[in-house]
Design a protein around this ligand. Structure first.
Ligand code: 5GP
Length: 121
């Protein structure tokens, strides 16, 4: 698989400070911020600072340090953002995944019962 990263995507602009965001947590390799259109009382996006298009791209090509930092950041967030009762992570990829922003991001959703995993097609 070839991954072509578009440096003009909206999350790249957030990382460059060109667009404001409500940062929840920032580490050396990872940024977490509030989704602009929250789908649940808690809706945080977690992104690597590196130029990765999707989760499979990140999992294949990121460094061990980036992958560790990303996952530890997710763990820290799950302790601090109010999802002790449970949460769902979602990472949409490409067309069938209906990915809107082509920079790998993980949604963390919670703060209420979330219903079944997928809406009926
Ligand atoms: P996707 O459909 O790609 O998985 O999700 C992209 C998410 O990014 C959506 O939930 C959308 O609300 C969010 N989003 C799009 N543009 C912005 C923005 O400029 N700032 C923030 N904080 N979130 C955004």
């Amino acid at each position: 698989m070839r991954f072509d990263y578009d440096p003009e995507n909206i999350f790249a602009k957030i990382l460059r400070g060109e667009i404001p965001n409500k940062t929840v947590l920032e580490t050396e390799h990872t940024l977490a911020f509030e989704d602009i259109r929250p789908q649940a009382p808690v809706h945080v996006l977690v992104i690597p600072k590196g130029a990765y298009v999707s989760q499979d791209h990140f999992a294949r090509d990121a460094t061990d340090a980036e992958i560790l930092d990303f996952n530890r950041t997710v763990a820290k967030l799950c302790e601090t953002i109010g999802v002790e009762e449970g949460f769902r992570t979602i990472s949409n990829a490409r067309g069938h995944g209906v990915q809107e922003v082509p920079h790998f991001h993980m949604h963390i959703l919670g703060g209420r019962p979330l219903g079944r995993m997928l809406a009926p097609a």
